[in-house]
Design a protein around this ligand. Structure first.
Ligand code: NDP
Length: 500
C-alpha cells in the first residue's frame, strides 16, 4: 500500500477525466419520410389515412411519419395472417420454418449496426447498449428458436405439439427490437403466424424489420406489422380472429387485456411491471456489487421492467456502500445516445419524463433524501440525472411504484429474514438480485424470493435459453427457453380454456 502511495506521489493521477465526443454516424440508416402498414407482405396505407410523427428523444427532431392502424387494418392483418397460417406456414415442414428463422438471425447480424443506430435514434438508449446488448440478443433469439423449430416433438415428448394459429403481439418501447424478437421467434418456430404492434414512440426498428423479412423471403402474411397507439393494441386484443395474445407493458393495460379476454378461450401471456429488490449482504465483494447496482438501475435509463430499483443494503456496510455508489455516479456520462462513450441516454418520451419527475417530487415531499451527481444535460431532448434516494421508508411511493427511470431507492436491513420480508413486500414479482460470498445463502434467498428471475452476484443478464417472466402483478407465462415455446403450442388433450 505504502509503495502505491509513494508511486502516486511521484506520478499523481489526473484529477479529472474528460472524454472527447465519439459520435456514431447516422449515415448507415436510410429513413423514409412516411411509412405504411406491413400487411400480407406488402406496404399498405391505413384505412383511416391517418399518420403520426415519430421523433428522436435526444433532440425532439422528427424522424418519420408512421401510420395509425385502426379496426379495419387490424381485420386486414388478421385475415392475412390466417390465410398464411392455413395455406402454407402452419403445414410447412419444421425444417423449412427453421430455415427462415436462421435467415432472419443472420440478416439481423449482418445489418446490426444499422439497427443499433436506428434503435438509439428512435428510442434514446446509448449506442453501446443497442450495439452490444439489444442487437446480439435479438439475433440470438432467432438462432435459438430456429434450432427448436424441427425438434418440437423431442422438446415435448408424447404431447403432440401443434401450432395454435394467429398470435397478436403487443410490445413496449424500452427494448423495441429485442421484444419483437422475444415474441416473433418462438411464435414462428412453433408454426404460428403473427400480427405485431410496436409501441407508439418506437416503431422504426419494427418497420425496418419488415425489410429483413422481405430479404429472408419469408412467405407473405406470416408476420404483419401494424403501427399505431394504444387503440391499435386494443383492436388486436379484441379481434375474434386471434388465437393468442402476448403482451409486454404496464400492469394497468395488462389487467385490462385480461378482463377483455376472460372467457374467450384465447391463450394469454402477460409480462408486466416490476419493482425488483437488489440485496447486498455484508460479505459481498463491494466494488463488484456497486457495479451491479449501477447496471441494475441505470442500464437503459432505468426503462427496464426488471430494473433493480429497490436497493437493500445490510446495515453494517451501509455508509461504505453509499459512499462508493455516489462516487461511481459522478463518473457516469449522461448525454447523446449516439455517442459511444455515453452511459445514460435520453428518456424515451416527454410523457415518461413527466412520470419520473412526478414520482421523484413525491419522494422529496415524503421525506427521502435525494442525491444527484453534478451533470450537464443537453439543451434539447428529454433527460433525467441518475438519482439515488436514501432515508426511504417502505411506504413511500418511490419504494412501491414502478418509476421506470434512472432512480434508485435505498433501504436497509439487518438479517436475511428482514431482507426477504421487505423484498417480497411488493405487488410485483419479476426479478431480484442477491450479492453475497456464500453459495448456501444465495440458494436459500433464491428459493424464498417471490420473483421469476433471481440473479446472484450479477444483474440484468439475459440469455435466449433462459425463461423470463413474473409472479403476482408482474404477469404470467414465460418468454425464452423451452418455456417460451409452450404458450405458442397446443397439445393433445389440452382444453382450449388455458391461460398459460
Ligand atoms: P403501456 O402498457 O401503455 O404500453 C405497452 C404497449 O401496449 C404499447 O405498445 C402500447 O401502445 C400498447 N397499449 C396501450 N394501451 C393499450 C390497450 N388498451 N390495449 C392494448 N394495447 C395497449 O405502457 P406505457 O408505454 O404507457 O408505459 C407506462 C408505464 O408502464 C411505464 O411508465 C412503465 O412503468 C410501464 N411499462 C412497463 C414495461 C415492461 O416491460 N414491463 C414496458 C413499458 C412500460 P402505445 O405505445 O401506442 O401506447
Amino acid at each position: 500500500m505504502a509503495e502505491v502511495e509513494r508511486k502516486q506521489d511521484r506520478a499523481p493521477v489526473p484529477s479529472e477525466w474528460t472524454y472527447a465526443p465519439a459520435p456514431e454516424s447516422t449515415d448507415i440508416v436510410t429513413l423514409q419520410e412516411r411509412y405504411g402498414l406491413f400487411v400480407g407482405g406488402e406496404w399498405v396505407e391505413p384505412a383511416s389515412g391517418e399518420h403520426f410523427t415519430t421523433i428522436s428523444p435526444r433532440d425532439e427532431e422528427p424522424l418519420a411519419d408512421v401510420a395509425q392502424a385502426g379496426a379495419e387494418d387490424v381485420d386486414r392483418a388478421v385475415s392475412a395472417a390466417r390465410d398464411a397460417f392455413e395455406n402454407g406456414w402452419g403445414q410447412a415442414s419444421p425444417a423449412e420454418r427453421a430455415k427462415y428463422l436462421f435467415r432472419i438471425a443472420r440478416i439481423l447480424q449482418e445489418r446490426s449496426r444499422e439497427f443499433a443506430v436506428l434503435e438509439s435514434l428512435n428510442g434514446g438508449k446509448p449506442i453501446k447498449e443497442s450495439r452490444d446488448v439489444d442487437l446480439p440478443l435479438a439475433a440470438a433469439h432467432f438462432f435459438y428458436y430456429a434450432g427448436w423449430a424441427d425438434k418440437l416433438e423431442y422438446a415435448f415428448p408424447n404431447r403432440r405439439p401443434q401450432p395454435i394459429g394467429v398470435a397478436g403481439q403487443i410490445i413496449p418501447w424500452n427494448f423495441p427490437l429485442l421484444m419483437l424478437a422475444w415474441k416473433v421467434a418462438p411464435a414462428l418456430a412453433a408454426g404460428n403466424t403473427v400480427v405485431l404492434k410496436p409501441a407508439e414512440t418506437t416503431p422504426l426498428t419494427a418497420l425496418l424489420f419488415c425489410d429483413v423479412l422481405r430479404q429472408a423471403e419469408l412467405p407473405a402474411g406470416v408476420v404483419n406489422i401494424l403501427t399505431g397507439d394504444g387503440r391499435t393494441g386494443a383492436e388486436i386484443v379484441k379481434h375474434q380472429g386471434t388465437d393468442k395474445i402476448a403482451f409486454t407493458g404496464s400492469t394497468e393495460v395488462g389487467k385490462a387485456i385480461q378482463r377483455e379476454l376472460a372467457g374467450t378461450g384465447k391463450k394469454l401471456t402477460l409480462e408486466l411491471g416490476g419493482k425488483a429488490a437488489n440485496i447486498i449482504f455484508d460479505d459481498a465483494a463491494l466494488d463488484q456489487a456497486v457495479e451491479g447496482i449501477v447496471n441494475g438501475i441505470y442500464f437503459n435509463q432505468g426503462h427496464v421492467c426488471c430494473a433493480g430499483s429497490r436497493l437493500f443494503v445490510q446495515e453494517s456496510i451501509y455508509e461504505q456502500t453509499i459512499d462508493k455508489l455516489k462516487r461511481r455516479l459522478t463518473t457516469l456520462r449522461v448525454g447523446d445516445p449516439l455517442d459511444k462513450n455515453t452511459d445514460v441516454g435520453a428518456i424515451n418520451s416527454s410523457m415518461q419524463l413527466e412520470k419520473i419527475s412526478e414520482l421523484v417530487e413525491s419522494g422529496k415531499e415524503e421525506g427521502a433524501e435525494i442525491y444527484q451527481p453534478p451533470c450537464r444535460l443537453p439543451d434539447k431532448g428529454y433527460w433525467f440525472v441518475p438519482t439515488v434516494f436514501t432515508n426511504v421508508a417502505q411506504s413511500y411511493r418511490i419504494a412501491q411504484e414502478e418509476i421506470f427511470g434512472p432512480v434508485l431507492s435505498v433501504l436497509t436491513f439487518r438479517t436475511p429474514d428482514e431482507a426477504l420480508e421487505k423484498a417480497n413486500n411488493t405487488p410485483y414479482g419479476l426479478s431480484a438480485g442477491v450479492w453475497t460470498e456464500k453459495g448456501s445463502r444465495i440458494l436459500s434467498m433464491a428459493q424464498k424470493l417471490r420473483a421469476g428471475v433471481v440473479w446472484a452476484n450479477t444483474f440484468n443478464r439475459f440469455d435466449p435459453t433462459s425463461p423470463f417472466g413474473g409472479y403476482k402483478e408482474s404477469g404470467f407465462g414465460r418468454e425464452g427457453g423451452l418455456h417460451g415455446l409452450e404458450p405458442y403450442l397446443k397439445f393433445d388433450g389440452e382444453t382450449e380454456e388455458w391461460g398459460g
